[in-house]
Design a protein around this ligand. Structure first.
Ligand SMILES: [Zn+2]
Length: 314
């Protein structure tokens, strides 16, 4: 079924927070494309959902707005399901093409966040200014640094539609990962929000959540939230730790033992780097307890036999 607000050649497969949304394009009578593919633990579900949306077409292309684990985790399974890399080509941000094709998990974000991914190969890179043909419409590629330095977004000029990835959601935007380790990211986030405002989209198809049309209100919320983070990078880093911890809880809906969660936390390189930068006097154990307590306080997690996630992270 077509998604209201979107052209007939587009389908939004709205997922959750563990898996990013998948945007399916029916390119012609025989072929189709998809933008972003979810998290690896949901790969079988992603293949089934995409296959259903294609109506018998060949999935000829996968495009990733950025290479976080929740956006490209279905690439490998989709490539396999649709005839391999020769028949299903992956396009990634040009700056990450080499890291993907060498499957360099250190250069990609998977190892540092302690998240999972399945290796895939990419046929092409895309960069700001490029034009992609998707669903019979031209989509311009725009830079969207901040959340991720290589992140891109796609804009369809005639319909004024923006595929924003994690640069803008209806209520917020993705963690500004460089800032978690003391590197610059807020200024880029602000200029990305300005770029979105200048494009003046009629509707935004975000990486997580439903399509939204009150873009001005979403931008106002995002700028206000960014202002809070700019005033206190430490507060932003704590938010980032909560998001990462919650992502681990979401992966195990049946619950996770506290010791297992602590082991993940203390092993994740990004956590260790954030800790060294912002809380050099805190042990990782203490930081883990504080982060988990903050999730309990927000009722985002609860103790049963195991720790479980109560709601999606925002
Ligand atoms: Zn992301």
């Amino acid at each position: 079924m077509a998604t209201p607000l979107l052209p007939h050649s587009m389908r939004l497969l709205e997922r959750g927070w563990l898996s990013a949304n998948n945007i399916v394009f029916l390119d012609d009578a025989r072929t189709a494309s998809v933008v972003d593919t979810g998290y690896v633990l949901h790969a079988a579900q992603t293949v089934a959902l995409v296959r259903h949306a294609l109506g018998g077409r060949q999935l000829a292309r996968i495009v990733n707005t950025h290479l976080h684990s929740d956006h490209c985790g279905g690439n490998a399974a989709l490539q396999l399901a649709f005839g391999g890399a020769a028949h299903c080509a992956v396009t990634v941000p040009a700056g990450e093409l080499r890291a993907v094709n060498n499957w360099d998990e250190d250069a990609l974000s998977f190892r540092s966040t302690g998240q999972q991914a399945a290796g895939f190969s990419a046929a092409a890179g895309m960069a700001a200014g490029d034009l992609l043909q998707l669903g019979g419409m031209p989509w311009r590629v725009h830079a969207a640094p901040g959340h991720d330095p290589h992140a891109l977004m796609l804009f369809q000029h005639d319909a004024r539609l923006l595929i924003s990835g994690d640069a803008l959601w209806e209520h917020g935007f993705g963690v500004v990962f460089p800032e978690m380790v003391g590197e610059s990211g807020f200024a880029a986030t602000r200029s990305t929000l300005d770029a979105i405002a200048a494009l003046a989209p009629a509707a935004v198809i975000p990486g997580h959540g439903a399509v939204f049309t009150d873009v001005a209100a979403a931008l106002a919320r995002a700028r206000s939230r960014l202002g809070v983070f700019e005033a206190s990078p430490e507060r932003h880093a704590r938010h980032g730790l909560r998001v990462l911890l919650k992502f681990q809880l979401l992966q195990q809906p049946e619950g996770v033992a506290r010791d297992d969660l602590r082991a993940w936390f203390c092993d994740a390189e990004l956590v260790a780097r954030a800790a060294r930068h912002f809380w050099p006097n805190l042990t990782l154990d203490a930081l883990f307890s504080e982060t988990l307590d903050a999730l309990f306080l927000a009722s985002a997690a609860s103790r049963r036999d195991h720790l479980v996630c109560n709601a999606d992270p925002a």
